[in-house]
Structure formats: structure tokens, C-alpha cells
Design a protein around this ligand. Sequence first.
Ligand SMILES: [Zn+2]
Length: 421
Amino acid sequence: MTKLGSAVDQKIDLAIKNAILAEYSEPQTIAIHNGLIREIAPVIAVPAAETLDAEGDLIIPGLIDPHLHLDKAFLLDQFPAQKGTFQEALEETLRLKKGFTIEDIQTRSRKVINNAIGFGITAIRSHVEVDPILQLTSIKALLPLKQEYADRLTLQLAIFAQEGITNQPGTEQLLQEALKLGGDVIGSAPYTDPDPERNINIVFDLAQTFDCDVDFHLDFLDNDEPLLFPIVARETIKRGWQNRVCLGHMTRLAGLSPIELQEAAVLLQEAGISILALPASDLYMMARQDTHNIRRGVAPVQTLFDLDVNCAIATNNIQNLFTPFGDGDPLKICTLLAQTLQLGTQQRHALCLDMATTHAAKAMGIHNHRIAPGNKADLVILNADSVSQAIGAAPGNRTTIKAGKVISRTRKEQVLSSSAV
Ligand SMILES: [Zn+2]
């Protein structure tokens, strides 16, 4: 039995009984009060205002998506791929952006967020594009949604210069304005900038000015350009930004030799930098020049984890030209990652799930995202007996609990006819 030391004698708000937890051999009851987990025990003596029977299903920390583009989701309706190349995705998405409106972004984003809550996602970091074309439209669309969903979803908004900074006059000022409006995080894609080092420095300068975390799309393209993560690590340490920097994609780490990867891990670990694999996008876009024996191009997050680097996974894009697939369910990304990186053991399945929950939360600066007394009651009940089963095939039936309140129940319905004879 695990309990938080104080005040266990008053009535609690919610008891979730008969739940399977990965760390426990027997079903447990989770007592929740004032939005926090108070106690975990087979039976809770304290009466509860509400009791939820998990019926022997698995309960895990709420799923976390630490890298998602709400403002670019569901764009395929507006322009289906003609070539299916990265260049087309960049060019046509830039063209589509010219037509984005606040209403359009909000409509597509709400669709993603409503689905996300159903999947059991309790926190999302969304990139928010800011450039001279879109200007502040995206942040003005997403800030109201952050408020609208505040009791159901933690939505972090990462101000994001997708098109470069030094090559787009006025961008730096727009980034500042977006942060002033309420952006939580600052980031860019330095590989789209003719001066990536200057781009990185501008982002860190803004982070220091606004005291916010940093999030780069980095070392993504499979070309021979110099790797940029050592520059980011150097600036992180120089500016005292350890444990506040997150790097998405990092596909080129897959091409390093074991010794080079070990050296990279030492530097990343020293700088407290989190690495995000985005397998759905990276498998689709990487290694396009390979004519045979096509590389996978997914960051080797399991090896980096073994080398003490915080690693996680994320969705990135949902049904747009960069990733014309997906529904935003992190569990399906877990399955894809396990298949791609050949993670077949129960231990590795547990790691996959950690990378979609606890480690993903850490990457976006949310700590103690685990099922333990004293922690926030952001949880999801999955119709599965074990973590391996949940990774094996993403369950349809889920119940989402945010800050101790049941906010979504999804039940898959099948009507199977009897014999057709
Ligand atoms: Zn991205």
C-alpha cells in the first residue's frame, strides 16, 4: 500500500477501483482528492463521493504529445499530395498558410484536440507558426483554445519559426510579439535558415528574454550538412538552460556509429536535452534518395535512453503533406516505434509507454507525471490487461481523467450479426 501521509480520513472525491497498474501485481484502488492522487491500495477505507470501476483494465498516466502541429493538421482536404515529396510539402504548405484564418485553424485544431482527449491525452505541446506570411494569426487562433480547454487539456504553445529567421525580415520581432501575447516556448527549424547558427542564437536570446523553454526541429534532413545539436548543446550549457531544451526529429542520429552516438549522448545528457522521435513523419520523409536497402531514419531513442538521455515520442503531423496519415493517438505511435526500432520485450514495451507519458511530460517541462501519491491525477484507463497488450494493439475503449475528473469515455461498438445462413 502506498499513501500520502496527511489527511486520509476525510471523504475523497473519486475512487478508481479494480485497476491494473504496471508496477503492481494485484488490482488496486486509486483515491483522488482535489485533483491529486492521494492513495493507492487494494482497498480504500475512506468513502468516496464517486467511484469508478476500472473492471480490471490497465490505468496509466495520461498520454502526452510533446510535439504536434495543430495549425497544420488536417490540411489534406485543402491540397492532397501530387508528388508526395518533402519539397512539395514545404512549398504547398507555405502556399496554404497564406489562406489560413483564425476560424480555419480553430476548426481543424478543435477536431485534433477533441480526438486527443478521447485517446487519453492530458497534455500537448503544439508548435505555433509565426512568420511574415502568417504573422500572428496562428497564436491568436490557439490562445483562446488553450483557455477553452484548460480544465480538460494542458496545452503548451511553442512559438515556431518554420521558414527561417535570418532570411525572413521581421520574423524576430513577430516572435517577440507572439511570446508577449502568451506563447509558452520558443523554437525554430534551423535547417530552413541559411545561417542556422545565428538562428539558434536568436532563439536562445528570446528564451532568455522571456524566460521560456526552447524547442528545435533539428538534424532532420538526411544530407551531409554539419550536425547542429552540438551547437545547441553548447548554447544550452553556456546559458544555463539545462533541462529546458527539447529537440524533435533528430533523425541523423540514426546514422551515427555506436561510438559517435555514445559521444552524442554524453553531450546531450550533460546539457539535459530531451530527444523526440517522430516516427510517423520520419519514416515517411527520410531516405528518399535511397534506391534500395532504404534506411529507416528514426532517432535511436532506445539506445539514447540506455545512455541516460531523456527520450520521448510524438505525433508531429496529422494528415497533411508532411505526414498524410494518422489520427493523433500516441499509442499507435508507440506501436509504430516498437515495430520500427524492433522493441519486442515487455521491458521495451514499458519504455515505449514511458516515452508517450512520463518521459514525454519531462521533455515539455512537466515533472512527476507518474501514478503516485501527491502527483496530479491525469490518467487514462485503457481496455488492456497489460502494457504489452496496449502497445500490441491500441485499445479503442478509453476513459480519460484530467485533474481527478472523468472528462471523456470512449466505447467501441460492434454489432455482429449471428450466422448469415
Ligand atoms: Zn514538427
